[in-house]
Design a protein around this ligand. Structure first.
Ligand SMILES: [Zn+2]
Length: 272
């Protein structure tokens, strides 16, 4: 991979740039790799649809070592964006940075805790620009909590109501309904299984392949049903992971395995 690795805080302004809106107030400078790709794929136009698929804890080293499990995702990606997660490399801290563009001391989540973020976020910036936003989450996940209290559509599923399967079905439904400008989808299955059985266990790699497959399915739906939109689709994890004693997995430390990740993006230019 040739692209230089920038901080995860550069993604937010690049997503704002993709949509042609102002970045949130505390966002770091936009990621140059992603913004250059946006310029080229849309020929100077902007994306009127963004789909962010957020799997949890897929490390760069896992991505590079197990690419054969990632084929559905890589077939629906045109640019790799190497990134460094923020510290501590845990879910609410990193997703807090992804959608504010701010470091943890600015967005306020500096531990594994899930308060509602009070500073300006990409969601607030989109709402100011008149965008319609959907967040699709499940269980006790961070993304189902830290961006509450905004005027957007929250679809949240408890495990008894289908968990991640319900999330992915709702994502497909929203693509077909074609009413939202921005759709966020959270899938934490790789992370949950990785913690229990280890990052390279057959159980975890099965979930990795599932994440890749879902992104492929959603990308196909975009391709078939959003031909009249410029769409940016991202496969965008929060942080990586490493193996610990007892064949378990973990993350949260300042080590390359936990910090280095690679986002995948593809733009779908509307048909003339
Ligand atoms: Zn996470």
């Amino acid at each position: 991979m040739e692209n230089k690795q920038y901080s995860l805080d550069t993604v937010c302004a690049a997503l704002a740039y993709a949509m042609g809106i102002e970045a949130p107030q505390n966002a770091a400078e936009k990621n140059p790799v992603l913004s250059a790709y946006i310029d080229s794929v849309f020929g100077g136009e902007k994306a009127d649809r963004v789909l962010m698929y957020n799997p949890d804890a897929i490390a760069r080293w896992i991505y590079e070592k197990y690419r054969r499990f990632m084929a559905d995702a890589t077939e629906h990606a045109e640019v790799e964006v190497p990134l460094e997660a923020v510290m501590p490399s845990v879910t609410p801290v990193c997703f807090g940075t992804m959608y504010t563009g701010a470091q943890p001391q600015i967005h306020g989540i500096q531990n594994y805790e899930k308060p509602v973020i009070k500073i300006d976020t990409l969601f607030d910036a989109m709402l100011r620009a008149g965008k319609k936003v959907a967040l699709i989450t499940y269980g006790a996940c961070s993304l189902g909590k830290i961006y509450l209290e905004r005027e957007m559509d929250y679809f949240h599923f408890d495990f008894e109501k289908g968990g991640e399967a319900a999330v992915n079905a709702k994502a497909a439904e929203l693509i077909l309904r074609d009413e939202h400008d921005f759709i966020l989808i959270y899938n934490g299955n790789y992370d949950s299984v990785m913690h229990k059985f280890g990052p390279e266990s057959p159980e975890a790699l099965g979930e990795l392949r599932a994440n890749s497959h879902i992104f492929g399915c959603l990308s196909n739906l975009i391709c078939e049903n959003w031909k009249h939109h410029n769409t940016l689709a991202g496969f965008a994890m929060d942080h990586g992971c490493h193996e610990i004693d007892g064949n378990c997995g973990s993350h949260g430390l300042a080590m390359d395995e936990d910090l280095h990740i690679v986002h995948l993006y593809k733009g779908y230019k509307k048909e003339a």
